[in-house]
Design a protein around this ligand. Structure first.
Ligand SMILES: [Fe+2]
Length: 259
């Protein structure tokens, strides 16, 4: 499996506190069947700034430590970019990292209580420049919890949706779990990632969420795609096949999405 959202880099945000904790997270991930992690430290959230050059060199250092400790885990650079005005400009200046530094996909985190005005324009501007935003864990957003149509509109504008594994398994409470379930049922989820911050309380584990998603979707294949095929396409900079939203009316088929 591939984990596209993980705070595994040591000492750069509220994720791993030290290299030993990063290694413990890596071991946990490998145990769970994860072979690749995109390191996505918080950036531009008013507390942390992690420019691309910094993240890239820290990924290289952690890769060396993994090798030295015989942990077979591949790492890529990325960032958990908090939504801010003129995201495109922040990418150009190197303040906001994209997945694998490829300028094809960017992981975007929204505020927990609102969907800020102007967000569609931001998505549109990124798409016009060949960059697809992946919006992280909107199942934890108060607006989405009450109105799935907002998610549908964001996806229609060109964004992809990442749901967090521990939301699906109920570790963030009933409201979040219900929202994740409804998003999955409406085929508004494209990938599952761990958003891990530690080796114990918020670990890089995906298999349990895949098992729950399998029950919700009624298909192991569809659940597994969200941790294998879709993130693999994203890492390559390709456009993944994604499900048609609102399958109750339109069926469950996958289609090749136009960029
Ligand atoms: Fe995150």
């Amino acid at each position: 499996m591939i984990d596209l959202h993980c705070h595994i880099l040591p000492g750069v945000d509220d994720g791993a506190r030290c290299p030993e904790e990063s290694l413990a997270m890596a071991r946990k991930a490998v145990e769970d069947g994860i072979h690749t992690i995109v390191a996505t430290p918080h950036t531009l959230n008013g507390i942390y700034v992690n420019p691309v050059t910094e993240v890239t060199s820290r990924v290289a250092a952690l890769e060396e430590a993994l090798l030295g400790n015989h942990i077979r885990l591949k790492l890529y650079a990325g960032a958990d970019v908090h939504l801010c005005p003129r995201v495109l400009k922040r990418i150009e200046t190197g303040d906001a990292g994209t997945i694998n530094n490829a300028r094809k996909y960017i992981l975007l985190e929204f505020p927990p209580q609102t969907i800020p005005p102007g967000v569609k324009e931001e998505i549109f501007s990124l798409k016009l420049n060949g960059i697809t935003p992946i919006i992280s864990h909107l199942e934890r957003n108060a607006i989405i919890q009450h109105d799935l149509d907002v998610m549908y509109e964001l996806i229609s504008t060109g964004a992809l949706c990442q749901v967090t594994a521990m939301s699906i398994t109920g570790d963030f409470g009933g409201m979040v779990m219900q929202c994740a379930e409804r998003l999955l049922k409406h085929r508004l989820v494209h990938m599952i990632a761990s958003d891990a911050h530690s080796a114990d309380r918020r670990p890089p584990v995906l298999s349990q969420a895949v098992a729950v998603a399998t029950q919700i979707l009624g298909s192991f294949e569809d659940a597994e795609r969200m941790v294998i095929d879709v993130p693999a396409s994203i890492l390559l900079g390709d456009m993944p096949e994604i499900p048609e939203p609102l399958p109750a009316r339109r069926g469950h088929g996958f289609r090749k999405r136009r960029s």
